[in-house]
Write a protein that binds this ligand. Structure first.
Ligand code: FDA
Ligand code: NAP
Length: 448
């Protein structure tokens, strides 16, 4: 470690997926209004280059959100970082319009994200993982208005220390495996699917199982059915049949910007109602088109008198044992049904994700972050963790705020506006801390 003063930035972003990419753009556009608006920033991303759920970039997978809910448009409809600007730059705008589809493929959206990140590349450090955040002594010793971050390089060597006045944590969803199930060479989570699949001898995959009844599971089941014509594909689903994702217009309003306020300022009972009525807009549900596609394959099987696609419904994976080359999977039918074991060459657990969890990163700093009665972080309307008064720097979250800001927390629907709100809050607090203004209430003053 060197004795040099650590570099200091107004904002450091941890993780560089779509959320912090959108923030980098919001900062760039704010800075374009004049030098006095400049906010210095740096973003650390542990992947060696940009990648948005690359292991699920299946050939026919489409976006779950309109292309207009891109990195910038809902905050700034004239932004040069919009999906339309990307299409224009790629010479594909007329063809895209002729295609008459609001939902591009994930591959095309990925290309858009790569195009956008290349334009802010001077502020991204790839192959760098932030390991910890801690307090840095402030000008007034008992107050901390800077944070120290420890960053490890691609080889895992920790050592780089940087200082920030604000951090924006956006480290993404955390893959969830069924209880009692460990990943290994033949037991994968959907988040690692393509990488592992490419390294596997397909000829060895004669009987494969996919656990889960959400979008990931249905897409992987379809992919394996098409890719492995010699194999039997077994879908292990807890429901009776795949359920459709409700994307009808009234229900879709839960992703509107005003729904964030409606959720944030609601009572606990009203928040519960949001989940009760509208969980099926996102979780454990599948696009209508993919469901029909799968059903067609299953029906065609029947017509041909084969059963390549087998659906084990009302069934959950309850454990896995390794039996030589075989993967022995325990399956429970119903809640108290009997458990049976079946052997497969591969089990893919498309069993979902837990919310982003910054506790480990925050380490000792976590005791300055206030929690509600249920033990969850208290978060301001401006996505800033509510801290004890001596912490004067901002710790913002993009993700992990479903309990305060609702369904859009882990999605793309609101990232453009959310990033703008975070920039507004950083600017307002900077003015307040320097004694230049008292505008905090407008953007950041609301706290739950
Ligand atoms: P994201 O997970 O994209 O990025 C987090 C980044 O942080 C990662 O690149 C990770 O490497 C990095 N990181 C983690 N820890 C780090 C550390 N300590 N230091 C440095 N870097 C670190 N939603 C939607 O609205 N529409 C859609 O179409 C889809 N599609 C979709 C497909 C699939 C397969 C999944 C699994 C999910 C979706 N989603 C979605 C939901 C998804 O959460 C959303 O699209 C974004 O990925 C959210 O972007 P973030 O930047 O918040 O997280
Ligand atoms: P998900 O929606 O949370 O679905 C997980 C599924 O796994 C649920 O059906 C769950 O059933 C089931 N499950 C959990 N434990 C199980 C067990 N032990 N045995 C069998 N099944 C089990 O997760 P996801 O499908 O990964 O989707 C997560 C997010 O990614 C969503 O926002 C989705 O829209 C997005 N996504 C988007 C795309 C795309 O853009 N094309 C592709 C994939 C995913 P229970 O609910 O009963 O527990």
């Amino acid at each position: 470690m060197s004795n040099r003063e650590p570099e200091l930035y107004d904002v450091i972003g941890i993780g560089f997926g779509p959320s912090n990419l959108s923030l980098a753009i919001a900062l760039e556009e704010y800075g374009a209004h004049g030098l006095e608006n400049e906010i210095s920033s740096l973003f650390f991303e542990r992947q060696s280059s940009f990648g948005w759920h690359r292991n699920m970039l299946l050939p026919s997978a489409t976006m779950q959100v309109s292309f207009l809910k891109d990195l910038a448009t809902f905050r700034n409809p004239t932004s040069s970082f919009s999906f339309i600007a990307y299409l224009h730059a790629s010479g594909r705008l007329p063809q895209f319009v002729n295609n008459q589809n609001f939902f591009p493929t994930r591959q095309e959206f990925h290309q858009y994200l790569e195009w956008a990140q290349a334009r802010v590349a001077d502020r991204i450090v790839y192959g760098s993982e932030v390991r910890s955040i801690r307090r840095s002594p402030g000008v007034v010793p008992e107050q901390s208005d800077r944070l120290l971050l420890e960053v490890a390089d691609a080889a895992g060597r920790a050592g780089r220390i940087v200082e920030a006045r604000n951090v924006v944590i956006s480290t993404g969803l955390v893959p969830r495996m069924p209880e009692g199930t460990e990943r290994d060479e033949r037991v994968w989570h959907s988040s690692e699917f393509l990488e592992r699949y490419r390294r596997t001898d397909r000829g060895e995959l004669r009987r494969v199982a996919v656990a889960g009844a959400g979008q990931s599971a249905a897409e992987i089941t379809r992919f394996l059915y098409d890719e492995l014509p010699h194999a039997q594909v077994c879908a292990v689903i807890p429901s009776y049949g795949y359920s459709v994702a409700d994307d009808t217009p009234f229900a879709n309003q839960v992703f509107d910007l005003r729904a964030v306020d409606d959720y944030y300022f609601a009572t606990e009972q009203t928040r519960e109602a949001f989940w009760r009525y509208h969980r099926n807009t996102n979780y454990s549900v599948v696009d209508d088109e993919v469901i029909r596609d799968l059903y067609r394959r299953s029906y065609d099987d029947e017509v041909r008198g084969v059963s390549r696609l087998q659906v084990l419904n009302l069934t959950r994976v309850t454990g896995v044992k390794r039996a030589g080359a075989e993967t022995r999977v325990s399956l429970q039918k119903g809640f108290d049904g009997e458990v049976r074991e079946l052997d497969f060459d591969l089990l893919v657990c498309a069993t979902g994700y837990d919310a982003m969890e910054p506790t480990d990163l925050l380490g000792d700093l976590d005791r300055h972050c206030l929690r509600d009665e249920a033990g969850r972080y208290r978060i301001g309307r401006d996505y800033r963790i509510v801290t004890t008064p001596e912490i004067r720097c901002g710790i913002y979250l993009q993700g992990g705020t479903e309990h305060t800001h609702g369904l859009t927390s882990s999605l793309l629907s609101n990232i453009a506006v959310r990033s703008g709100e975070i920039v507004d809050s950083i600017v307002a607090r900077r003015a307040e801390l320097s004694g230049e203004g008292t505008v905090l209430a407008e953007v950041g003053g609301d706290v739950r």
